[in-house]
Design a protein around this ligand. Structure first.
Ligand code: CAA
Length: 380
């Protein structure tokens, strides 16, 4: 259905992403989920239609799409498969630190790799620093004209395949959060080691790995911003990325709703009547549809604020929480409504339910989002 609240150009891009999802993601998503390996082929396919690094500005060879447009595309990818969407949106997440703090030279290097078809990675989380992002133990020491990085990152999305990454490390551990800094690290640097891959409940074909950094030497010029800017860069990056996760969750919720509606129209009760004719089922569908629409409007609101340049941290956290909770709830309701058919490994909704769970966890758990929202309410 045509969305008249977006511009004709945005409608065109939305349709492009919808067609791409129908052609390249939906037909193979189940197979890749079962296989569990990384769906690398999708990157080349996506590059062909020009959506591989949506956030990269035009002057650096990207399409430079606004945030609402990126969200429209993420929703379509999420409709097809949250694992594929996580991979395809990964270049956005990893490139945001460059938009926030990168110099022209750094942008040429980083964006150049992405535009050329490479993947970017974002390595913040550590075994002892997940929700408490500021307590990283990875360290970076300046030796002459080089930074030497040592430490271990975990749950690093797509870092097994990324050709360039933003890595967070402390340049002054005594300063805690204020000692955190952000660096550009190319994969081919000696000492960058990809460790074990996570075996996950959902988003099984998305690549999640441990990353070990052993005396990794990078030029002094690979520091993003100033020493100690790392926490602010990470938080601003997550402000930008959380509405994108929210958008892919809206896509997943919309898919679960569509599956449930289709089932309710065609599955017959003992009297030969479609179960959707029963008010108990129809009202459930109405509630699911209302939640999907509310979620979409919440994320659009956050991104419109961002695109006009006003603070949107609270709205981004609200959108992340509400949209991902909605995806989980609507997927679970679709499974319930479809009974055995929903619970079967052959159903789309059982995969949606497994995939939706991670959206409540990654890019800051929804408990962290509530800390952000309540902090802004209570401290303003
Ligand atoms: N924008 C700019 N600056 C910000 C900011 C924002 N949104 N939020 C915080 N800051 C600044 C603060 O102002 C402060 O600086 P000053 O002292 O100079 O004022 C500094 O950052 C530290 O802020 P806090 O004191 O609030 O930091 P904290 O240690 O209390 O932590 C937190 C706050 C919200 C809990 C934060 O640690 C957090 O967001 N944790 C979750 C981490 C996360 O989301 N990880 C996800 C990893 S990425 C991922 O999952 C991707 C993937 O795989 C797909």
């Amino acid at each position: 259905m045509l969305d008249l609240t977006i511009t004709p150009e945005q409608q065109k891009i939305q349709q492009l992403a919808r067609n791409f999802t129908a052609q390249h993601i939906i037909p193979v998503a189940r197979e890749w989920d079962e296989r569990g390996g990384f769906h690398e082929f999708i990157l080349a396919e996506n590059k062909k239609i020009g959506l591989n690094c949506m956030a990269v500005p035009v002057e650096y060879g990207g399409p430079g799409y606004d945030s609402v447009t990126q969200s429209l595309v993420a929703e379509e990818w999420g409709y097809g498969c949250v694992a594929f969407a996580t991979t395809l949106c990964g270049n956005g997440l990893s490139s945001y630190p460059l938009a926030i703090a990168g110099t022209d030279e750094q942008k040429k290097l980083y964006y150049g790799r992405l535009v050329g078809g490479g993947m970017g990675g974002f390595a913040l989380t550590e075994p002892g620093a997940g929700s408490d992002a500021g307590s990283c133990t990875t360290v970076a020491k300046l030796e002459g004209d080089e930074w030497v990085i040592n430490g271990t990152k975990c749950f690093a999305t797509t870092c097994g395949y990324a050709s360039i990454m933003v890595v967070f490390a402390s340049t002054d551990p005594d300063k805690g959060v204020k000692g955190l800094s952000a660096f550009i690290v190319e994969k081919e640097r000696e000492g960058v080691l990809v460790g074990a891959e996570e075996h996950k409940m959902g988003i099984r074909s998305s690549n999640t790995v441990e990353l070990r950094l052993k005396n990794v030497r990078i030029p002094k010029t690979h520091l993003l911003g100033k020493e100690g800017d790392g926490m602010k860069i990470a938080m601003k990056t997550l402000d930008m990325a959380r509405p994108i996760v929210a958008s892919m969750s809206v896509g997943a919720a919309r898919r679960a709703l569509d599956e449930a509606v289709q089932f309710a129209k065609t599955y017959l009760d003992v009297n030969g009547k479609p179960i959707g004719r029963h008010q108990a089922v129809a009202f459930k569908l109405a509630d699911m549809a209302t939640q999907v629409e509310a979620a979409r409007q919440l994320v659009r609101n956050a991104l419109r604020l961002k695109d006009i340049g006003v603070p949107y941290t609270k709205e981004a956290a609200m959108a992340k929480t509400f949209c991902t909770d909605t995806a989980m709830r609507v997927a679970a309701e679709a499974v319930e409504l479809m009974g055995h058919y929903g619970y079967s490994k052959d159903s789309v909704v059982e995969k949606l339910m497994r995939d939706a769970k991670v959206t409540q966890i990654y890019e800051g758990t929804n408990q962290i989002q509530r800390i952000v929202i309540s902090g802004l309410l209570l401290n303003s």
